[in-house]
Design a protein around this ligand. Structure first.
Ligand SMILES: [Cu+2]
Length: 132
């Protein structure tokens, strides 16, 4: 190995440690898209976590929900969403939050005695509201 190649290797290693590796090497992990980040959620008897989701009107929302203890469902009637959540599967649910307001969501797969109280809410802040 020539001195020159060794230098390039060292630079590559330094970049790799500072987080530039994926860009440098064109690797698999998708870069985090600032505005369009997925919101990770879990569902279990008898709650969603988080149970309150706040987004901005007009935002493209991507939820990724994993049911951890058994099958559940995610029903957000205001946005015509009713998605089954199979146990252990990270299930993506995407929509554009075009309506402002507070909208309830709930489990849509009967999962036990507490099923009816397995709920949460989506808060869509109106466009033009105070923002940083
Ligand atoms: Cu349920």
């Amino acid at each position: 190995m020539t001195q020159h190649r060794r230098l390039i290797l060292v630079i590559a290693l330094v970049l790799a440690q500072s987080g530039f590796a994926p860009a440098l090497l064109g690797q698999e992990s998708a870069p985090a898209a600032a505005a369009g980040d997925a919101i990770q959620m879990t569902a279990k008897k008898y709650e969603f976590n988080p149970s309150v989701i706040t987004v901005k009107q007009g935002q493209h929302v991507k939820l990724v929900i994993t049911a951890t203890d058994r099958d559940h469902g995610f029903k957000l009637a205001a946005y015509n969403i009713d998605q089954r959540l199979d146990k252990g599967v990270a299930t993506p649910i995407e929509f554009t939050a075009d309506k402002a307001g507070t909208f309830p969501f709930e489990c849509s797969v009967v999962c036990g005695l507490g099923h009816h109280r397995m709920k949460g809410k989506l808060v869509v802040e109106p466009a033009g509201a105070a923002s940083p």
